[in-house]
Design a protein around this ligand. Structure first.
Ligand SMILES: Cc1cc2nc3c(=O)[nH]c(=O)nc-3n(C[C@H](O)[C@H](O)[C@H](O)COP(=O)(O)O)c2cc1C
Length: 300
């Protein structure tokens, strides 16, 4: 018997990986996945540097992940098409749950980079153990994508951090605010707003520029609380309207915002998202901010 979880020794003696492309739903639910990741992080870590990141690729992020892989592959292999690209599509969509483990060693720290990389590797092994212990199959894949500089750059936490720092320390003119949602001490969501920059909106229009909840913390009311807080603050700042731009095919976000009382106002724009000129369509939703009642922005 493989992955016999009747005892720790039995598990260690019988552990085997599954084949990712053969994995079928259901994968772990949000609570199980959180537990699996928490177990995986019980990893020896010399100097407590946590030289790793675990990124969850949610269902609604699989297409974007596939697009990233294909763009990087074509950039590295000009003229690639057909089978190569469909294999990358399959790679990005395989298995009900997909995590990206990023090794993020700090060069120049007292602990050698090699030791930090081994710690990140230990997280990978522990992820398999933890998934198996929860009764799932799991496997660890690298392949070309793990060594692609362009793919790695998309997961570079320092680039994210730089972007965030710049946005927070050097915001555009007007009142901009960033709000975060906490579960205990853990940040699980964020929202931001500022004055609308659209030429066709009035002076007193605030724009919701970010509303994101971590995939493992969704359906717990964080999105509604963030949205309500933004709306309350915008109203206090004198805004009479709130708008938000969202991707035309972002069904979950659209359903959430419509449920909260925002409505499409007919505006749309096509944003260039890659050097080859590919565009993505965004549509605008808006709501009028009435008097300060508690039922302005309900939602799931
Ligand atoms: C870091 C790492 C990367 C791997 N990458 C791949 C891969 O890209 N493709 C693949 O078929 N197997 C890959 N493997 C091997 C499988 O995950 C698995 O370990 C192997 O098939 C042996 O199965 P077992 O874990 O049941 O002993 C990788 C293993 C490790 C440790």
């Amino acid at each position: 018997m493989f992955n016999d979880t009747s005892s720790l020794l039995a598990h260690l003696a019988t552990r085997r990986s599954g084949k990712a492309r053969d994995m079928i739903a259901p994968g772990p639910d949000a609570a199980q996945l959180q537990a699996i990741i928490a177990l995986a992080l019980r990893t020896p870590d010399h100097g407590k540097l946590a030289p790793w990141r675990i990124v969850t690729i949610a269902d609604d992020q699989r297409d974007a992940f596939a697009a990233l892989l294909k763009k990087a592959w074509v950039a590295e292999n000009p003229g690639a098409a057909g089978m190569d690209l469909s294999a990358l599509d399959q790679f990005a969509h395989q298995a009900p749950t997909l995590l990206v483990l990023v090794s993020t060693p700090t060069p120049g720290a007292k602990i050698p980079v090699w030791e930090q990389q081994m710690s990140a590797g230990a997280v990978g092994m522990n992820l398999l153990h933890a998934a198996h212990a929860h009764g799932f199959v799991a496997s660890w894949l690298t392949g070309w994508a793990a060594f692609s500089p362009e793919v790695a750059a998309a997961f570079d936490p320092q680039a994210f951090a730089r972007g965030w720092r710049d946005a927070l320390t050097d915001p555009p003119p007007g009142a901009h605010r960033l709000l975060v949602a906490l579960a205990g001490a853990q940040v699980v969501g964020a929202a931001a707003y500022g004055p609308s920059q659209d030429p066709d909106t009035g002076q007193a229009t605030g724009e919701l520029t970010l509303l994101a909840v971590h995939p493992l913390a969704r359906r717990q009311g964080h999105g509604s609380r963030l949205l309500n807080a933004c709306v309350d603050q915008l109203r206090d700042l004198g805004a009479d309207t709130v708008t938000a731009w969202l991707l035309a095919d972002a069904e979950e976000t659209r359903a959430f915002l419509l449920g909260a009382g925002l409505e499409p106002d007919g505006a749309y724009r096509d944003r260039v998202v890659s050097p080859d000129g590919a565009t993505l369509r965004e549509v605008r939703v808006r709501a009028t901010l009435g008097q300060d009642t508690d039922d302005d922005a309900q939602g799931g």
